[in-house]
Design a protein around this ligand. Sequence first.
Ligand SMILES: [Zn+2]
Length: 89
Amino acid sequence: MAETDCNETLRELEAFLDHELSEEVHVAIHAHLAGCHDCHETFDFHAELKTVVARKCQEQLPPGLLERIRRCLGDDEAGTASSDGPATG
Ligand SMILES: [Zn+2]
């Protein structure tokens, strides 16, 4: 039986919410959340945030806002995008 730590659980947060984990890991994390209030709250918050963001995506968002949210979520992907435009003066 493999037990999951809080740290390990939180590390898999994004993958968990995106359903990218194997069923085994998914179940293990689910079991952890059932008994860990702190992790449960964190996951709940992120899950709701993702839902809100997904819904807002259907509307027109001011450029930059989504990026700020993504950064807030710690979503830093390797790779270079086009440089930023002219900075605000
Ligand atoms: Zn925990």
